[in-house]
Design a protein around this ligand. Structure first.
Ligand SMILES: [Zn+2]
Ligand SMILES: [Zn+2]
Length: 322
């Protein structure tokens, strides 16, 4: 007989082979669905006006992405990155196509033109739409970690929105099978950016698997469940917390019924949100994370720090944030 007995490690390796390791964004739907999600979340939120504004930004991103040109890494660049276990289009080093500033202008104008837009927000939109090229590039360098310097925290969310368009334009044109996960599981295999949150998907072939969602290029990469995405701790060190009505501590079995939870870690005392499509098919890692700011406040009270920031939320460095 040719049958052979598999050791537990081999079984795990075989099982992992069948899991889609990488899920790339769909440029036709990513920002349109995010906009719809922001609008839906706004309806039931105490920060509804803010979430409607985010929906307008996402709609402008969707429009800007439609005809965004953008370059792709060449085959030589991709194999060099693979050989060195580096991301092929790193946020800090990948040349930015100047058209990202056209996306910025369009996003700024969309914000300025919103009906019922508060004056300061409209002025911000106008200022961002008219930002001189050298200032926009300098701010982008700071946001992407190319160089130090003061971040324009008011403009940062709109700048990040335009930079997302630039990176998603490339990520959405790559082939998932050709993207290799990095040795560092906490960084995006395409652009090296930390994830904003994670999502447990509900449709085949991703059903039941958890993916970390890149804050910049929207690439998603697989990570086993019940494992800290920051330090790798697992088992009893990892817990799930959510905003459960009638529950003072926010920590209970009730958390398991929620579509948005925080995965907390007792080893590194950090957390990232995790959203579940099986609880709500429309969840979006970026929109649901932003709409659940009350959960961040609760976790801060309990001594947990966000593992990484939200691309649409920037605080002045003097606040000690980020
Ligand atoms: Zn990325
Ligand atoms: Zn940890």
């Amino acid at each position: 007989m040719n049958s052979r007995i598999l050791e537990p490690g081999q079984i795990q390796t075989l099982a992992q082979r069948s899991i889609p390791r990488i899920r790339l964004p769909d440029r036709a739907t990513l920002f349109a669905q995010r906009a719809a999600r922001f609008d839906a979340l706004a309806a039931a939120s105490s920060i509804g006006a803010y979430l409607h504004l985010q929906a307008a930004v996402a709609r402008a991103q969707h429009a800007a992405l439609a005809d965004f040109p953008g370059a792709l890494p060449t085959p030589a660049q991709r194999s060099a990155a693979q050989a060195h276990r580096m991301p092929p289009m790193p946020a800090a080093a990948w040349p930015r196509a100047p058209q990202w500033r056209d996306a910025l202008t369009a996003i700024g104008r969309a914000v300025a033109g919103l009906a019922d837009c508060p004056d300061p927000v409209a002025r911000l939109g106008e200022r961002v739409a008219a930002l001189p090229a050298d200032e926009a590039e300098a701010q982008a360098d700071r946001l992407l970690g190319v160089r130090d310097g003061a971040v324009d925290t008011a403009a940062a969310p709109l700048l990040m929105a335009a930079l997302q368009v630039h990176w998603v334009a490339a990520a959405s044109r790559l082939v998932a099978d050709e993207v290799r996960p990095l040795d560092v599981p906490g960084l995006c295999p395409l652009c090296g950016t930390p994830p904003v949150a994670s999502i447990v998907r509900a449709q085949a072939p991703y059903r039941g698997y958890r993916y970390l969602h890149c804050a910049l290029c929207a690439c998603e990469w697989h990570q086993v469940r019940v494992q800290c995405s920051q330090c790798g701790a697992s088992g009893k060190d990892v817990a799930y917390r959510s905003l459960v009505p009638d529950e003072d501590s926010g920590e209970s079995a009730g958390a398991l019924d929620q579509a948005v939870r925080a995965e907390t870690c007792e080893q590194c005392h950090s957390y990232r949100k995790i959203v579940y499509q099986e609880k709500d098919p429309d969840v979006d890692p970026v929109a649901d994370d932003l709409a659940s700011l009350a959960l961040d406040l609760l976790l801060a009270e309990h001594g947990y720090a966000r593992a990484s920031g939200h691309p649409m939320l920037w605080q002045a460095e003097t606040d000690g944030a980020r």
